[in-house]
Design a protein around this ligand. Structure first.
Ligand code: NAP
Length: 278
């Protein structure tokens, strides 16, 4: 299998490169080599590389930044998906793409399924939803993975931010009114591998198992890292006044993934241990 991986230097992209590069012929392109918001550059990359599979792990992922840079955010998260899907069209190329729990408004109380209605509450979520719609309209050979709260070896992420903050502060204030599923990018890379290997297509919700608030996640990070003496105080989202609103409850149901693959994901607490050990 020949794979073209867009965004291979990103947090998820780099773990996908490591996972799939051991088995398949994977070519990675990132910012330095391609601008996925250019239709010509997408067409050229896909025509030159003649892949069987294109994996798009490139995105504009700064959720607060999206509120200010709306045009750039839509160009990368929505229009680029159109460019890539159009470039793959009629060539029997499978397209793997990633979206987010932030396509949901978070007003629900039960985990969201793949069929739950989408109502994003911020620009990032709206741009990712627009990308999803282009993918579904333009491709009949895709894997769309909605995931959430990612952390991994190669990227700015919440776990790293907390560990860095704990070095200099003895008190951390963290929101306890947003509930989601922290997810290790290495586990998502393995799930992508599984879906490709089994020749499965469609929309899937995939995260590590279980859920917590950012406050609970912080307490666990400090506990697992063996950091004592840092007090974690719960606060509410509106005390932070960040540019982008966040959904209060964005847990994704993995029933479909479990039913179709017969596999599940490890609990978020074990994934965190795994990450911290590495
Ligand atoms: N991070 C999360 O918590 C999270 C949660 C749910 C879903 N997701 C989704 O998961 C996927 C991977 O996220 P991630 O956190 O791994 O992203 P990331 O670390 O921000 O990596 C994205 C990569 O895309 C590159 N890129 C940005 N604009 C580009 C463009 N116009 N052309 C080519 N490359 C471009 C970035 O380069 P630069 O670094 O140079 O900009 C970066 O290398 C995304 O689809 C994201 O929406 C992420």
């Amino acid at each position: 299998m020949k794979i073209l991986l867009l965004g291979h230097r990103g947090m998820l992209g780099s773990d996908i490169l490591y996972q799939l590069g051991r088995k398949y012929e994977v070519t990675g392109l990132d910012m330095d080599e391609i601008d996925i918001s250019s239709p010509e550059q997408c067409r050229k990359a896909i025509d030159e590389n003649t892949p069987n599979v294109v994996i798009n792990a490139a995105a504009y992922t700064n959720v607060d930044g999206c509120e200010k840079e709306r045009d750039l955010c839509f160009a990368v998260n929505a229009e680029a998906v159109k460019n890539i899907a159009e470039s793959c069209r009629g060539k029997n190329i499978r397209l793997v793409h990633f979206s987010t729990d932030y396509v949901f408004d978070g007003k629900g109380k039960e985990p969201y399924t793949e069929d739950s209605p989408c109502h994003p509450v911020n620009v990032y979520g709206a741009s990712k939803l627009a990308g999803e719609l282009y993918l579904q309209e333009l491709s009949n050979n895709y894997i769309l993975i909605r995931t959430a709260w990612l952390y991994g070896k190669n990227g700015k992420n919440f776990v790293r931010t907390i560990l860095e903050a704990a070095r200099t502060k003895n008190k951390l204030e963290v929101v306890d009114d947003q509930i989601g599923s922290p997810t290790y990018t290495k586990d998502i890379a393995a799930a992508v591998d599984l879906l490709l290997e089994r020749n499965i297509t469609g929309i899937f919700h995939i995260t590590n198992r279980g859920s917590c608030s950012w406050f609970q996640f912080t307490e666990k990070i400090l506990q697992e890292a063996g950091i004592a003496g840092v007090k974690v105080l719960p606060i509410k989202s509106d005390q932070l006044s960040r540019p982008a609103k966040r959904p209060h409850f964005s847990v994704l149901s993995m029933q479909k993934f479990i039913r179709v693959t017969g596999k599940t994901m490890q609990p978020w607490q074990l994934a965190l241990q795994d990450y911290l050990q590495k």
